[in-house]
Design a binder for this molecule. Structure first.
Ligand code: NDP
Length: 346
């Protein structure tokens, strides 16, 4: 099959579109013919290489896929060839105490498929093999590209806001990178639960896009002081929740924007992993600083119900042929993307 592979870490030039062996199913696996695969910032981290994280080489990235089942293992009874499916990209042991009670992300073996796994097993190929546990039916109302754009960002944003930060109707939520993959899901989750999203983005065009998704307030981080704008919007109170995934560049503004007793939830650090916190604010403001990582299968199934009812919509901005994965990654690295980029095999 054709796939986008890197054999060593580097820039987009490290990506090769080449023939690799088709995956083989084990007894509990499902083989899927990929009709569309999502792009995520994680694909860039894997390609560049991350200190402290071993990426098995050669590597096929991609944590989101939608497609048709072509073969199932001898022990699989929930799926059959021809079924239209999408994926849950969290791999775990399925037997430890955490997996047993649906808290997959606490499993010591938890990994993001196509990011921390390998070699040669992400979504950016013509076929993928996954345990049947990681396959869910594709809602009939969703196109291939729409379905492929959802799992990783929907799941992560859902867990951050619903599972960890316990978002409530009426909450002010500061959403960094609101026009990005996670951000567009976060803005829609806020609107759906009746919370008030304050969208931050790097251009007015992106902010207009966020307004259409349901953001109530808009802040252009390039021309406005975010914490100052938050003070004006919230009548000096600060926000109930900060939705963080940018890290170093935004952390001080995030802390300053939080209300007393507010919650800052973070899942990533696009701009850098080291951030300084004045600890006096932590105790005086009695802040809740929460980490969040991907999500459980139950989080995805719960969030997908809101997709099926039309309250959360996929946000696909551009579709590229699979062989142009590098072009898609360059757009993401340059901060040019609104919503999600999706790849389709030729
Ligand atoms: P996207 O590329 O879709 O969006 C990232 C957004 O971040 C951009 O839209 C940009 O918005 C904003 N941004 C980038 N640099 C800065 C900066 N210096 N200051 C302020 N904003 C900035 O990425 P994703 O939404 O897919 O992922 C975001 C991060 O979350 C990544 O680092 C990713 O690895 C991580 N992640 C972690 C997961 C987990 O489970 N732990 C799961 C999914 C993602 P603008 O320029 O418009 O302000």
């Amino acid at each position: 099959m054709k796939a986008v592979v890197f054999e060593e870490h580097g820039g987009v030039d490290a990506l090769q579109y080449k023939d690799v062996a088709e995956p083989k199913v084990g007894p509990n696996d499902v083989l899927i013919k990929v009709r569309a695969a999502g792009c995520n910032y994680n694909d860039i981290w894997a390609r560049r290489g991350l200190p402290g994280m071993k990426v098995l080489l050669p590597h096929i990235s991609g944590s989101d896929a939608a497609g048709e089942v072509v073969e199932v293992g001898s022990e699989v009874s929930d799926f059959k060839p021809g079924d239209e499916v999408m994926v849950y990209p969290g791999l775990s042991c399925r037997t430890c105490e955490f997996c047993a009670n649906g808290r997959d992300t606490f499993c010591r073996q938890y990994k993001i498929w196509g990011f921390q796994t390998g070699p040669l097993d992400g979504a950016h190929g013509e076929f993928v093999r996954l345990p049947a546990f990681n396959v869910i039916p594709k809602p009939k109302g969703l196109g291939w590209e729409e379905a492929a754009s959802l799992p990783l960002v929907l799941l992560t944003a859902w867990r951050m806001l619903v599972g960890r930060a316990r978002i409530q109707a009426g909450d002010f939520v500061l959403v960094w990178g609101a026009a990005g993959g996670l951000g567009t899901m976060a803005v829609q989750i806020c609107r759906t639960v009746g919370a008030r999203a304050i969208a931050v983005a790097g251009s007015d065009e992106k902010l207009e896009f966020c307004r259409k998704l349901g953001a109530e307030h808009l802040i252009n981080r390039k021309t406005q002081d975010v914490a100052e704008e938050v003070r004006k919007i919230t009548n000096r109170r600060g926000v109930d929740i900060v939705f963080e995934h940018v890290g170093n560049a935004t952390w001080p503004q995030s802390v300053a924007s939080l209300k007393w007793g507010g919650t800052l939830v973070i899942c990533g650090a696009t701009s850098g992993f080291e951030a300084v916190t004045d600890l006096r604010f932590l105790w005086n403001k009695q802040m809740n600083l929460l980490g969040s990582h991907m999500g459980n299968k139950t989080d995805l199934l719960e969030a997908m119900r809101w997709v099926e009812s039309g309250q959360i919509k996929p946000v696909v901005s551009q579709v590229f042929p699979l062989r142009e994965a590098g072009r898609a990654q360059t757009l993401m690295e340059d901060g040019e993307v609104m919503g999600k980029l999706v790849l389709v095999p030729d």
